[in-house]
Write a protein that binds this ligand. Structure first.
Ligand SMILES: Cc1ncc(COP(=O)(O)O)c(C=O)c1O
Length: 396
């Protein structure tokens, strides 16, 4: 560990409660992240972190395994209570248990939302770049996709309401929102969310809000705002998707939920799901329950550690010729602008220097790369050194 990068406020090191510095070898776990490349390439791509899940989640799973029988499982009432309390305490959002629809993932959730809104042939709008499974979702449901580029306003990616107004048509039934935003790391402010809600309500468009990263706001002055919680009218037009799996780093334990206050919309959503989705497994439910019942300081410490990683990455990128990044307000994903690098394929060039990032083209962000900094600081330091070597090899 490079001591100058240690964070005095975060307890680290062997035996400490939140050992985010511990490097865990994932090579024998069929990890999608670590299996993608040969062993010489450090992976900073897919959105899972290299940290162990918190002990209270692992204990809950262990206890269930010790019971021995892992049968089909109903949603535990304690989980429902925990989610409703968490929504109320965190966001002042009072949600009825009737509004919840449990899902084995957020990705199926926004695909179902596309099928629940309007009819085949209608259109669905989204901002790009965006988390890449958004892109084919309208088409999967027989809807047309309208992709409107975000624009860079100073250091912030913002929605382009003029372009959205020009692109919308009478058959545009749904806006797919990603907030906090993957891949730019934006946390949309109240005025932006209100402007989006007005835009949608005026056109009788529904909103599907993927808020899976809502627990990962890295700047203390920011607060996540579920768009549905802004007013009763917006609530009635919105499908909100949430999950504990990003905040608590359990993405392999698929468990998510939709909040759909409007009964008719909820029925359409549930009908679209019919027969297609598996139930949620007992371990995933229990992990989710432990997460939503969490009153420990694990998550604040994680956010603090991630903010330290972000600051380190930002400081290095600021000195790197040909590469820039916008400030990451939320998530553990940095969106790098590499358009100035004089090389035909930046992803290939980086990989040849031992660093695996996500290619921005995947997200409709050509000339950009996404860097997942959800890893121990030592791993990040190695990655940054490789990135710097790759850039300096270009003589940029
Ligand atoms: C914005 C966003 N939505 C959804 C997901 C995946 O959700 P799930 O694994 O619950 O399908 C991710 C994972 O990276 C994500 O970043």
């Amino acid at each position: 560990m490079h001591d100058e990068h240690k964070d005095p406020d975060v307890p680290t090191g062997p035996g400490k409660r939140h050992d985010f510095d511990r490097v865990i070898d994932r090579s024998a776990t069929s990890s999608a992240k670590w299996n993608k490349y040969h062993s010489d390439v450090l992976p900073f791509w897919v959105a899972d972190m290299d940290f162990a899940a918190p002990g209270f989640i692992l204990d809950a799973i262990r206890e269930r395994i010790d019971h021995g029988v892992l049968g089909y499982t109903e949603t535990p009432p304690e989980l429902i209570d925990a989610v409703l309390t968490w929504l109320s305490d965190s966001f002042g959002w009072e949600v009825s248990p009737l509004w919840l629809v449990w899902l084995p993932g957020v990705v199926p959730g926004f695909n179902l939302a596309c099928r629940a809104a309007g009819s085949p042939g209608d259109s669905v709008m989204m901002s790009v770049p965006v988390y890449h499974p958004f892109l084919p979702a309208p088409g999967h449901g027989g809807r047309r996709s309208i992709e409107v580029p975000l624009i860079l306003d100073g250091n912030e990616w913002v929605m382009d309401f003029d372009a959205m107004a020009a692109a919308a048509s009478a058959d545009t039934r749904l806006f797919m929102l990603c907030n906090p935003h993957n891949p730019t790391g934006r946390s949309y402010r109240l005025e932006e969310l209100e402007a989006l809600a007005n835009f949608c309500l005026r056109r009788n468009m529904l909103i599907c809000a993927d808020e899976i990263h809502c627990g990962l706001l890295l700047d203390e002055h920011l607060q996540h705002l579920p768009i549905a919680a802004l007013s009763k009218d917006i609530e009635a037009h919105t499908i909100t998707l949430m999950a504990p799996t990003k905040s608590y780093n359990t993405p392999g334990l698929s468990c998510a939920f939709a909040v759909i206050p409007d009964a008719r919309l909820r029925r359409r959503f549930i009908e679209a799901r019919a027969g297609l989705l598996p139930g949620i497994g007992p371990l995933a439910y229990l992990a989710a329950q432990a997460a939503y019942q969490d009153e420990s300081d694990w998550l604040p410490h994680l956010r603090h550690y991630l903010a330290g990683n972000r600051d380190l990455l930002e400081a290095h990128i600021a000195r790197l010729p040909g590469v820039s990044m916008t400030h990451v307000e939320a998530t553990y994903l940095a969106w790098l602008d590499v358009r100035a690098l004089p090389v035909a394929s930046v992803p290939q060039h980086f990989e040849s220097h031992g660093i695996g990032l996500s290619d921005g083209n995947q997200f409709r962000g050509p000339g950009h790369m996404r860097f997942n900094f959800g890893c121990p600081r030592d791993t990040l330091i190695h990655g940054i050194a490789r990135l710097e070597a790759a850039v300096s090899a270009l003589g940029a």
